[in-house]
Design a protein around this ligand. Sequence first.
Ligand SMILES: [Mn+2]
Length: 283
Amino acid sequence: MDAGEFIELVEAARNAMEEEERERLRVGKLIRLPESGSLAVFGDVHGDLKALEALLKEAEPWDMLLFLGDYGDRGPKQPEVYARILKLKADSPDRVLLLRGNHEQLPWLQVYPHDLPWQLADRFGSEGDRAYERLAQLWEAMPIAAVAEGKYLMLHGAPPVDLKRLEQLEEPSREHMEQVLWNDPWEGDEDIPSSRGAGVLVSKPTMRRVLGSIGVRTLIRTHEPCEGVKLAHRVEGRHLVLTVVSNTVYWFKTAAVVKLKLEDEAKTADELAEKHVKRYTVG
Ligand SMILES: [Mn+2]
């Protein structure tokens, strides 16, 4: 694959993304998932091609794939991961959905580490900059959240703490974009600024209120390294939040993918973690 072929893939994926709105799969930045079909949800990939390939096999058979962002940075095969995922998107525009993570940088919020430009330069030489520019344009076109109405909200970080209606995610404010991409759940009683330098640590009472006001049972998100999956925000014996991570580039050895049937009754995070997760483990 040379730079020209890579850029063609980026463009094809961007065209495919535009079709989402024409197909009424998406309104603004919010994907509205169909009421039935099997869906595989991937968390941060971070340039881990090995885990991605293994989990794509584990995810079969699927009607739809949803990626929650953070495709590049950190891992060893970032251009290759992009090429693989963008090809999936280009080949199946209405069956492969790519959300934006905080590593698909908001122009006003630098992320660290951000080694994607270096890997593109390694792979494509002087054409690396052009490839990066096109990727940055693709990020601007990405949706930021997906909803299976009455059941699940899926996004990279966590919903904005003052979110009242789903429609607010269609044309999000700058502040809401930042929070969707950067927030984390935490077990404190109050919402506090995140030590990440952007976003908010969302308390359990707030999570419960926000999910209630948009009428979903469970949040499926990524953004925090963990051993494949992790639960948060236990209310009345069940958890509201499932974190899923699809790489092993940190110190954890398990990557995971969540498999849902959209026509089924909404599952709690606990039920998802117990019965709906496929794993890939290294070493
Ligand atoms: Mn992240």
